[in-house]
Design a protein around this ligand. Structure first.
Ligand SMILES: [Zn+2]
Length: 199
């Protein structure tokens, strides 16, 4: 997030304030300090090898980070919290159904509902990539997400890279056209990222 991101010292604070408007009890926790999270990481390692070391998990107001918040780059953490914010909004709106459908893990032949939730959240990653580095950077993140969605990272959300590419394309197209940026909650996430008062 270095180049045209113009690291902004207020960005992380603004993003936390945005999330707290909907999630007043927001907590950032280093998941390595949580025994049951460590146990879960060990359990999931054969299926989701990155769970313990690299992935962030959100449950209600608590965001479980792979490291202590101070160890993360502030802009990267702001982007990460914006992704988790979409999950928190969806959890708030759909309650138990979110967790149930997120957790279902059928065979890697079918698209899981987890892919639906993650596409909504990764739309933030795509949008911010476009904000930082235009179409070129958006294309890079889109390519990486094909692997994320089509592969093992989330326990096969989608059957293969090609299917994942087709699934992700409408979101990337909407960003290239400047449309997603005008939809909630992406509009206020972007305004917060930029430091516009409109957020
Ligand atoms: Zn996610």
């Amino acid at each position: 997030m270095a180049d045209s991101a113009r690291s902004d010292p207020g960005r992380l604070d603004r993003m936390i304030a945005l999330v707290r408007r909907d999630v007043p009890d927001l907590r950032l926790v280093d998941k390595r300090t949580v025994p049951w999270m460590r146990a879960l990481g060990g359990l999931l390692r054969p299926v989701v090898p990155d769970f313990g070391d690299r992935m962030t998990t959100v449950i209600g107001p608590t965001v479980y980070l792979p490291r202590a918040p101070e160890e993360l780059d502030p802009d990267a953490l702001a982007a990460l919290l914006a992704h988790e914010y979409v999950h928190q909004l969806d959890q708030g709106e759909h309650g138990a159904m979110f967790y149930l459908t997120y957790g279902l893990t059928p065979l890697p032949l079918f698209r899981t509902h987890r892919a639906h939730w993650e596409r909504r959240a990764y739309a933030v990653d795509l949008m911010l990539a476009h904000e930082i580095g235009g179409d070129a950077r958006l294309a890079l993140v889109e390519a990486r997400l094909r692997t994320v969605f089509g592969g093992v990272t989330y326990g096969w959300m989608w059957g293969g890279r090609q299917a994942a590419a087709t699934f992700l394309k409408p979101v990337a197209d909407a960003i290239r056209a400047g449309e997603l940026q005008q939809e909630a909650p992406y509009d206020r996430i972007l305004a917060t990222w930029r430091g516009d008062h409109a957020g």
